[in-house]
Write a new protein. Sequence first.
Length: 321
Amino acid sequence: MSVFQNALMFASLAYSVLYDIRFLALFGLFLGFNIFMYLAIPKGKNCNSTRRKIMCATWEEPKEGCIYIRHEIDCTKVQELIKNYKGEDDVKPTLTHFGIKAVAQILNASRLSVNGKFLFGKYIPFKTVDVTCLVDIDGGKDLAAVTIKSCDEKNVIDIAKFIKDKGAKIKKNNGDEEHKKRIGAAQFLPPFIISVCLQLTKYITYYLGMDAPAFGIKKDNFGGATVTSIGMLGIEDAYVPHCNFMNCPVFVALGKCVDKPVVRDGKIVIAPVMNINFTVDHRFIDGGKAKALNTSFKEVYEHPEKFFDCEQPKYEEKKQN
């Protein structure tokens, strides 16, 4: 909601409490009618899951501007590195882990423009580079968000280990404690009530910068970007919608890696190529800065050994250099 909508809503509620309680009575009447209609309409067998209700509560008709950017990345060097990796543990790095690292590099290089948030019209940079990835639960019936803190300071193997450990706990228990808190009450509420709860949680954690433990969400919980691997679903090319309550400036979809003709040294060869699709909040970036997205991804995928299993520089060290 805009500043004017928020101001009008709170002013109306305050006026009702202080001067005329009838407004609240009318509000309750209309709200009760919507709840009655929600309960009266047949659900439909197996088609109104908790996840479906949250989806309905999150998105309305498109209203705000987003930039959609697609890059094709040659994955030859990354795949060779993954193929030849013989770690001591059972952690197996994937193209997704490299994609998350590349996104962290983008945010780290854009701390004063992308890796942050807007508070009442003023840009505030985040203190750390945090990246969220989505983990599938129970064969696609639900999704859990796993946030990797200080992702720019972790190498690809660190990222792979963290996601493996966290993902195993989530899948074993159909979600960790935080995830269960996030969706717990949503199982019993209609979408328009869930929508209010989402916006309230967003206001507390995003604008006020406070934790909301009752909802299982911490302040600035989802970081500067969210990454999802649509390639694992066999999808080569798709964009993900901007999720309002997560408030990430950047959403990234990693497509399925397929063989395509590319030009190398003036010759056409067949190489494994992956589509990287960005959905970017237009307030954080414009077309002139979109080149940086491709540059960071190319750096990671063309020189994967620099980010694979070696120590990554801390942000303070990078500032001093």
